[in-house]
Design a protein around this ligand. Sequence first.
Ligand code: BGC
Ligand code: ZN
Ligand code: ZN
Length: 368
Amino acid sequence: MGVPMKCLIVNPPEKGVEIKDIEIEKPTDKVLKIKILENGICGTDREIVNGLMATSRPPVNVNYMVLGHEAVGQALEDGKFIHKGDLVMPVNRRGCNKCLNCLTGRPDFCETGEFVEAGISGLHGFMREFLYEKEENLILVPKGIEDVAILAQPLSDLEKSLSEILTIQGRMIWTCPEGTYICRKALIIGSGTIGILTSMLLRSNGFQVYVVNRRDATDKEARIFEGIGAHYANIGEDLEVLKTMNLSFDLIFDASGSDAELLSKSIRLVKNNGIIGLFGFPSKGTASISHKDLQTVVFKSLIVVGLINGQRPHFERAMQRLAEWKSVWPDVVKELITGTISIGDSNSVISALQMKKKGEIKVKITWA
Ligand code: BGC
Ligand code: ZN
Ligand code: ZN
């Protein structure tokens, strides 16, 4: 028997989104009932809504999917560790139940590719009134960060990325003489939500941070980057202008997902033993790499790595990180939530899901 509730429904890979009352099947496993309080809107949601995400598909046996992979809700019943009234965040990717990585809680490294992602592929998402969720998929929101807790989901992807970068760079001594990363220079391409969160994360780990985009920083971005001690540059159309500024980097993090061509340009900007992390999903272009650039990869012992999806440990870390940021950078953290739309305002919800507004960092949909 299904439970009737209001949901945001999409039909991937076709475009479109609507708010609808539907019946959602209650799982037979032991689950906790959660009242959704808010959802975050992410670029991936917009790709799905606009029919641009070819890999997005509904759960088996239905031809629609509930959207949403960023959510904070309130537990309506007691579990083992979670108590009635607690605020919780669900983890969005679930394992294939076959490979060792999934069986040990790391479907971010699923071997079979048969994982599912809530609101993205093969599993209903979190933009709905209620969620029935196993306790093992729920992360407790610590007291004091309720207002920004929604950021823990995208931040979990980045905590995972950073931990992967540090693990890979553990192939040598990558820390500076005093044991920190303050001598390491990081370049972040893109100053959207992910670029901003990454700049904060790298700054709180001691890195020197340079953020670039093809335009001037907005006033808000300028305040944020100044607040955390990161540099910002408008590089126009060409990443390689950084070379003329005599800049090269230990880490290049693509948070833009713009042009595949960025790869060869990044290879020319990275230092010996450097690492290039691709986080955005490139949406155009071809990465044609010349033999000279490939030689550089060999001679400089470079690494190019794809970075995706945080899991439980990274969600937990992200929650703690937000608490830390609220205390060290309170004014910066206040800039991050740029809008709140009530689910009752359906026209605004739909248009926010279709298009990013200028100056937006994170917009929430609220259900309370
Ligand atoms: C989510 C990730 C997910 C990725 C790919 C992102 O928007 O935050 O957790 O793995 O999309 O679907
Ligand atoms: Zn996302
Ligand atoms: Zn797996």
